[in-house]
Design a protein around this ligand. Structure first.
Ligand SMILES: C[S@@+](CC[C@H](N)C(=O)[O-])C[C@H]1O[C@@H](n2cnc3c(N)ncnc32)[C@H](O)[C@@H]1O
Length: 293
């Protein structure tokens, strides 16, 4: 593997390594900054929402094969999932895909005003039992407590949260007894490496304790929004280790049933690195945990 593990990648000038959030007020301040950032980035989803609607109308589910395989082991979704709550649902593509997969009712929660407007617009055209709440995931409405057969999240979600124990407590209060949470997200390893001229290079992040503030978006995802650097919102991310995620859920009272580490991706991360090299790396992880009955 053409990996240069000795030289850390010079830090992107739009990116600053920092200490994790110190207290609840800093957690909330970071989340509010992220709301501003996502209201900017979600414009790309607004541009694509007609296409998203067409895909959903054609019955094309965006649920990932890893998610489908994990959930299928619990039986057809239509048989056990009356309510699925999607935390950090963006513009609702994955949320509404859960209806196609068989969930009877879906609820999406997202902090971005633009994303939730998009999700409500798509859901209104599509029909079906779908509602969307615009709020910090930590403020998910209490009238949803004890209603979710499935809490579904991931694909670029947990890194935006500054307090994972608080997140896990929300997951726990939403689930019915015996209900499950499913997560598929970037493997924390992927934060440690970047690409340069087709080679992997170390980023200099601390696996055990990395937080980063940044402005702007990767070319593979949202790309250039045409805003000057000063107009771009600062956003804050945290690298959560696999142990952080598992321990947060176990600490909230859930039982881990399955943990997977996968070479499968859900976005074109490290696209300049040869496919056969990427396939040897843990690009994503998945987990299924259950609230005891
Ligand atoms: C990468 S996106 C999720 C992607 C999603 N799986 C998709 O592509 O449809 C991350 C989402 O998390 C949301 N988000 C970030 N921080 C949040 C918070 N504190 N509470 C709720 N949503 C949040 C953002 O608005 C954004 O929609």
């Amino acid at each position: 593997m053409s990996t240069d593990a000795r030289e850390p990648e010079p830090q992107d000038p739009g990116e600053t390594l920092r200490e994790p959030a110190r207290d609840a007020s800093e957690v909330r301040a970071w989340h509010e900054d992220n709301r501003r950032g996502w209201n900017q980035g979600a414009v790309r989803y607004t541009e694509g929402r007609e296409r998203t609607l067409e895909r959903l109308r054609a019955g094309e589910s965006n649920v990932h094969p890893v998610e489908r395989a994990n959930l299928a082991d619990l039986g057809p979704l239509g048989q056990w999932c009356r309510t699925a709550i999607h935390l950090q649902c963006a513009s609702g593509l994955d949320t509404l895909s859960l209806l196609i997969e068989g969930a009877q009712r879906v609820v999406g929660v997202d902090i971005s005003d633009v994303h939730v407007d998009n999700a409500r617009w798509i859901a209104a055209q599509l029909g079906g039992d779908a509602t969307f709440h615009r709020c910090d995931v930590l403020d998910t409405p209490h009238d949803l407590d004890g209603t979710a057969d499935l809490v579904y999240t991931g694909r670029g979600a947990l890194n935006w949260l500054a307090d994972l124990d608080a997140w896990a407590a929300v997951v726990a209060r939403l689930l019915v007894p015996g209900g499950v949470v499913h997560v598929l997200d970037d493997h924390p390893f992927t934060w440690l490496v970047d690409q340069r001229d087709g080679r992997l290079v170390m980023t200099g992040f601390d696996y055990h304790r990395a937080a980063v503030s940044s402005r702007g978006w990767s070319a593979e995802y949202i790309g250039d929004l045409g805003l000057g650097p000063d107009a771009l919102a600062w956003m804050h991310e945290r690298v959560w280790t696999i142990a952080d995620v598992v321990n947060a859920l176990v600490g909230a009272g859930l039982r881990l049933e399955r943990l997977g580490e996968h070479s499968e991706q859900y976005w074109d991360n490290l696209s300049g690195v040869a496919e056969d090299e990427r396939r040897r790396l843990p690009m994503t992880f998945s987990l299924l945990a259950r609230m005891p009955a």
